[in-house]
Design a protein around this ligand. Structure first.
Ligand SMILES: N[C@@H](CCC(=O)N[C@@H](CS)C(=O)NCC(=O)O)C(=O)O
Length: 236
């Protein structure tokens, strides 16, 4: 069986949280937009055609007769089905809670460059973006990363404890990676305050399960997606 992953091509975006779980779990999947000659038109057509549990937005995964949207929901399913999260109910809900908190920060990171409208150009909302990014850098990065630092303050390297990563660890890795890309100056100032978070970032980067993916060219570089580097939005 191979899962169908539907996501925009050309950006890591929210699809990357799903890809990391699939890749680290050694789970076969197809990138439907990348494989289709119609590209993103195929995604729009597929979404329009879905009558049962239609997704509101990508990413979504077609699997086992299910159509699953919402990144955290997809990961909840993969975690349970493929052992990428603890088996207990408490453990599964805890990892889902972490993933939802990561999703909150991802949405805020996106809104630093598009605080008014996702469909308008950055230049049309630059003044608001500058104000929003200042608050994100000053208040929200320390608050979110401080929370994850506290979660990681125990003796174990991974957020759900134990000796194995969960999908939330992969997602925190990608979130930190995105922050380092979009806000290099700010992260240069604050990263030392979050040694456990930065250690987790290094541990995931070194996971043997991900090395083939990292060297494959399939992991797309940051650029036009959620994490964007605008000189005006970064600062110490
Ligand atoms: N809460 C959803 C958000 C999905 C989402 O915003 N997808 C973006 C791409 S990353 C999109 O294409 N949105 C279209 C829209 O919101 O109209 C998730 O976590 O999956």
């Amino acid at each position: 069986m191979s899962y169908e992953l539907w996501y925009w091509d050309g950006i890591p975006g929210r699809g990357e949280f799903v890809r990391l779980a699939l890749e680290a779990g050694g789970i076969p999947y197809r990138e439907c937009v990348r494989e289709s000659p119609d590209g993103e038109e195929a995604l729009l057509a597929d979404m329009r055609a879905r009558r049962v549990h239609p997704p509101f937005a990508p990413p979504y995964l077609v699997a086992d007769g299910l159509v699953l949207a919402q990144t955290a929901n997809i990961l909840l399913y993969l975690g349970e089905r493929h052992g990428l999260a603890p088996a207990s109910l408490e453990g599964r809900l805890w990892v889902n809670q972490l993933q939802l908190t990561i999703a909150d920060m991802v949405a805020e990171a996106h809104d630093t460059h598009h605080p008014i409208s996702a469909s308008a150009y950055f230049e049309e909302q630059k003044d608001e973006a500058i104000r929003r990014a200042k608050v994100f850098r000053g208040e929200r990065i320390p608050k979110f990363l401080g929370y994850f630092e506290q979660v990681l303050s125990g003796p174990e390297a991974w957020m759900a404890g134990g000796d194995r990563w969960s999908y939330a660890d992969l997602s925190l890795y990608h979130l930190v990676d995105g922050l380092l890309y979009a806000f290099p100056k700010r992260m240069g100032t604050v990263a030392a305050r979050f040694p456990n978070v930065m250690a987790l970032h290094r541990h995931v980067a070194a996971l043997p399960e991900l090395q083939d993916y990292f060297s494959s060219g399939r992991r797309l570089p940051f650029g036009e997606g959620i994490f964007r580097r605008y000189r005006e939005l970064d600062g110490k």
